[in-house]
Design a protein. Structure first.
Lengths: 271, 357
């Protein structure tokens, strides 16, 4: 601070106004630090509690389940005619379905749609802990498996092309399936949800267990998807990355339209 | 003469219709009298640039401005080439480079074209004129002269007289394309019957099912319920030559479902293993990879033409243009628990071909 003051002192006309601004900045920085430290502290404690899956969290999750999920999935998650059994689906499945807003489902249909998330992260963690306590199942992946910076995008791209691209499109733009079902676009989906989708196989997606695609390979796939998301398409305007349909429509309308307009102009008589 | 609503007389092509009608009618069944009448040119309408000197100056300015714009575009393209170089490993730089060079070049060409058309339309003389088409047939003297030239050439070269030279030349020209036939034949399969090649794949008894692309063998216990594995035969991933050709025939999709959901015919009861089934991934319609597997409905969708196959019922076609079910690969488990093929496919994979049994 003293050095700043010294440099500022060379411009005497402004020192008088700078002093209150500096104090405001100081207060803001102080607030940010305390807020950030508090946030870091509180999330670390939240993780600690869910990791332990304490009886209290499970009890909390059971209450939430009974109030929000049991209508379709049954009071003890055994399933009903309206919804499947959740015994053995694991915490990862709950975190994906509830964390992306697909559950609770708005209405019965070809498949559950993504929508605004209905629960806080603590409530989702509690629900996940409750469902995980019923029977063993896929757990929420560890953070080091979700680090896109550590993966190999080229390997991920090859695996994505072999295992995923036929439904989700080679650029992850999604695509149609049968009878109203579809493979959603994978843009702006968190690494955790991508990983959980692979190990749990939500909706009609097949399961890709760790023997099929190893955890490191799954991380590489996430790296590839994040690479596609972060890097601009070298071909220019991607038009939704949908391929020949979108690109053909564009050139038929705008390319041919321009040629037709030019031809009309050339052959029209001048005024 | 016909009178129209305005009372004006229409000018017909034949000036005396009444006289010419009778002799034609004697030899022709139908006489068409509704042939199009040449309307001639509409009255000449002077353009605004012909009438107003100011407008003419304005049009002239527009034309030379467009040509100057073209110069600017060309210079801009050169400047863009230098200012936005392609940086290796940076796709974004390729995009900028292409975008700005393309903008400069299209501006340069478009401005020349638009300027030239505008020049022609607004400033150049716009009187209408007719160019009569010349008859295709030449005049008699020209035709006679042409025949004379050919005869003279024949006489001087001796083409008609020296028959040995002529015939050997024709022979040489006939033989000349033969090397091309031989060379192009070399592009096709040699010493192999294409039908046999299409009938057989790499699968045979005891070949392990391995993962695409790593070639890791798959244990039956690895294939959990709802899983789908993309499978290639053992040894394919290490192949040096013809790997893609073999993969295009041998690619397989491995699926595990609840054995209670499987409806199997008597002779194929032994082809699956505890709900694990393996089917060719090559569509029987035109050969696209069919791999859009829906875990709950057990339907396989081909992305190219929307053929659907029901995995529960031996991949029978339930929708779309495909005519045959996907061929099933009979599988078993070896002593170490790995999945192996019982044999090759029992029918040819992929789209139908003529000699297919």
């Amino acid at each position: 601070m003293t050095t700043i003051k010294k440099t500022r002192a060379h411009r005497p006309s402004k020192t008088g106004r700078r002093h209150p601004l500096a104090s405001v900045a100081l207060i803001a920085i102080g607030l940010l630090f305390t807020g950030g430290a508090y946030a870091a502290f509180s999330t670390s404690t939240a993780v600690a509690t869910t990791d332990a899956s304490s009886q209290q969290t499970i009890a909390e999750g059971e209450k939430l389940f009974a109030a929000n999920c049991a209508t379709c999935h049954g009071l003890s998650a055994q399933g009903s005619t309206e919804g499947p059994s959740l015994i053995g689906v694991g915490a990862a499945s709950v975190d994906f379905q509830v964390g992306t807003g697909r559950m609770p489902m708005q209405m019965q249909g070809p498949q559950a749609q993504k929508k605004p998330v209905q629960f806080t992260s603590e409530q989702i963690a509690a629900l996940a802990a409750y469902v995980a306590s019923l029977a063993p199942g896929p757990a929420i992946p560890a953070a080091e498996l979700l680090d896109a910076a550590a993966g190999d995008a080229a390997n991920g791209a090859e695996l994505f092309r072999i295992n995923c691209a036929m439904c989700h499109n080679v650029a992850g733009a999604g695509g149609a399936l049968t009878e109203g079902k579809f493979a959603p676009a994978i843009e702006n989906v968190s690494a955790q949800h991508i990983y959980e989708a692979m190990i749990t196989g939500p909706q009609n997606m097949p399961v890709f267990n760790d023997m099929n695609i190893t955890p490191e390979d799954k991380r590489d796939i996430i790296t590839y998807l994040k690479y596609v998301e972060d890097n601009p398409s070298p071909g220019g305007l991607a038009l939704g990355s949908l391929g020949p349909v979108a690109e053909g429509l564009f050139i038929w309308i705008f390319g041919l339209g321009a040629i037709v307009a030019l031809t009309v102009w050339i052959t029209a008589k001048s005024n | 003469m016909v009178k129209d609503d305005n009372g004006a007389e229409d000018v017909t092509a034949a000036d005396s219709p009444g006289d010419s009608l009778a002799p034609i009618a004697a030899s022709t069944a139908v006489v068409t009298r509704d042939s199009l009448v040449n309307p001639g040119f509409p009255p000449h309408r002077p353009r605004i640039t012909d009438l107003d000197h100011k407008e003419e100056r304005k049009a002239e300015r527009a034309v030379y401005t467009l040509f100057y714009v073209s110069i600017v575009g060309s210079v801009f393209a050169i400047a863009a080439y230098m200012a936005f170089p392609i940086v290796p490993e940076d796709p974004g730089s390729v995009r900028l480079n292409n975008l700005f060079i393309g903008l400069g070049l299209s501006l340069a060409l478009l401005a020349i074209g638009i300027g030239a058309v505008h020049w022609g339309k607004a400033l150049m003389s716009d009187h209408e004129g007719v160019d009569e088409r010349h008859p295709v047939r030449g005049t008699e003297p020209v035709r006679a002269r042409a025949v004379e030239i050919f005869q003279q050439a024949n006489e001087e070269s001796g083409f008609g007289r020296r028959t040995l030279i002529r015939n050997s030349l024709i022979g040489a020209l006939v033989v000349f394309p033969l090397p091309a036939v031989v060379l192009f034949r070399g592009l096709g399969p040699m010493d192999q019957n294409p039908v046999d090649l299409l009938n057989e794949t790499m699968w045979k008894k005891g070949v392990r099912l391995t993962m695409d692309p790593s070639g890791t063998p798959i244990k039956a216990s690895d294939v959990t319920l709802g899983s789908s594995f993309h499978v290639i035969p053992e040894g394919l991933s290490e192949m040096e030559h013809g790997r893609l050709e073999e993969k295009a025939k041998a690619a397989v999709l491995l699926i595990r479902m609840d054995p209670a959901d499987l409806v199997e015919s008597e002779e194929r009861k032994t082809w699956s293993y505890q709900g694990i089934v393996a089917y060719s991934k090559i569509c029987t319609h035109v050969g696209c990879p069919v791999a859009l597997y829906e875990q709950h409905t057990h339907h396989l969708l081909c992305p190219c033409h929307q053929s659907q196959f029901d995995v529960e019922n031996h991949c029978k076609v339930i929708f779309g243009p495909a005519k045959r079910a996907l061929p099933q690969l009979p599988i078993a488990v070896d002593a170490e628990g790995y999945l192996i093929a019982q044999s090759d496919f029992t029918e040819p994979v992929g789209p139908s071909f003529w000699e297919r049994a």
